[in-house]
Ligand binder design. Structure first.
Ligand SMILES: [Zn+2]
Length: 350
């Protein structure tokens, strides 16, 4: 039997994390959820930026594994006389996905449902053939049904209120795939929690001094991880984050369903080859599927690498990243925890 073959991730945990809001800089709800979980296993710590740090025990090289808890979203920038809300984007969101979406505005009086409208084709009398069918973000507004500024304020909305896209978790081909907004990186957050559960239950015995972290503000420039890198100075760092698949040049032959990915390089840095090899070996010698790839984008690993800590990102391949339908293979997802468990048990030996 292959290593940790019987491991089955907790679907409820993943869905809860996905459905809990936490736009970059406004991570409170998702942080509370994670802290409550961690409270069952020990004493988590929260630093001044809001990163969560948890000492999970074990002896050996000091290994920090982190996932980012923040997500893409919007921020209300103003309320117009009409009651419509102006907004800006938080994180890398393509304008094409904005129109015709359902959103939730997280105001001071609780969640307020709303929509971002779209221009009906019936009314496009001036547009020329070939012109794009959607407006840039700054010409769009959030409609919460308020008919005046006063009414929107009465709903608990003001400038600087975070907004998330309404999420729908869709399982496809049985449960082979799951697609929803928020796989990036709530799947990573859940994976660290699964790993902790295995370590705490004695199923996985760390041969490293294991520290787990859930970081803030990754999506707007790996902010939380930069602070953490200065504070913790581990021997090694692993970012657990999604990877955009599948581009014939950028990500090569990487595909969904062939296991988690060791990211050898992305747009920010080239990974520590020794560490990447150690991760690959930990998995492959235990019979686990592991892919190696280069990627676009970046992860928290860059922040640690910049501060002199050998780092690597271990990812799950995802299609349609940063959209409302990020798609992940459930086998890759289970394999993610198994690979990290293998790494922790390997002691990161050459
Ligand atoms: Zn991410």
């Amino acid at each position: 039997m292959a290593y940790l073959d019987s491991f089955k991730p907790d679907k409820g945990l993943l869905e809860d994390l996905i459905l809990t809001p936490g736009v970059s800089g406004f991570e409170d709800p998702v942080r509370s959820y994670i802290l409550e979980f961690l409270g069952k296993y020990g004493k988590p710590r929260v630093d001044r930026l809001g990163n969560i740090i948890f000492e999970a025990g074990g002896e050996g090289p000091r290994l920090l594994i982190a996932a980012h808890m923040d997500e893409l979203g919007l921020l209300v920038t103003g309320i117009e006389e009409s009651g419509l809300l102006a907004f800006r984007k938080v994180g890398g969101i393509d304008d094409s996905i904005l129109p015709s979406t359902h959103v939730v505005v997280h105001g001071s009086k609780g969640p307020v449902p709303g929509v971002i409208g779209a221009e009906p084709p019936h009314l496009r009398i001036t547009r020329k053939a070939g012109e794009q069918g959607y407006k840039p973000w700054h010409e769009l507004r959030i409609d919460v049904g308020a008919e005046s500024r006063e009414e929107a304020v009465e709903m608990g909305i003001e400038p600087f209120t975070p907004v998330v896209f309404r999420k729908q978790v869709t399982y496809m081909a049985g449960e082979r795939y799951v697609a929803t907004r928020g796989i990036d990186d709530r799947a990573g957050c859940a994976t660290l929690m699964e790993l902790l559960r295995l370590v705490s239950n004695g199923v996985v015995r760390p041969r490293v001094e294991l520290i787990l972290a859930w970081t803030v503000e990754e999506e707007i420039g790996i902010i939380g991880a930069r602070a953490l890198a200065r504070e913790l100075e581990p021997d090694y760092f692993i970012a657990v984050d999604t990877m955009t698949c599948c581009h014939p040049s950028l990500t090569g032959s990487t595909r969904l369903g062939a296991g988690p990915v060791v990211r050898a390089m992305d747009n920010y840095y080239i990974t520590s080859p020794r560490l990447a090899k150690a991760v690959y070996k930990a998995g492959s010698t235990r019979g686990l599927q592991v892919q190696v790839a280069t990627a676009g984008g970046g992860t928290d690993a860059a922040a640690f690498h910049y501060s002199g800590v050998p780092s690597v990102a271990v990812s799950v391949p995802v299609q349609y990243t940063h959209s409302l339908v990020e798609k992940m293979h459930t086998g890759d997802y289970a394999g993610w925890t198994r690979l990290l468990a293998a790494v922790v048990e390997s002691g990161l030996e050459d």
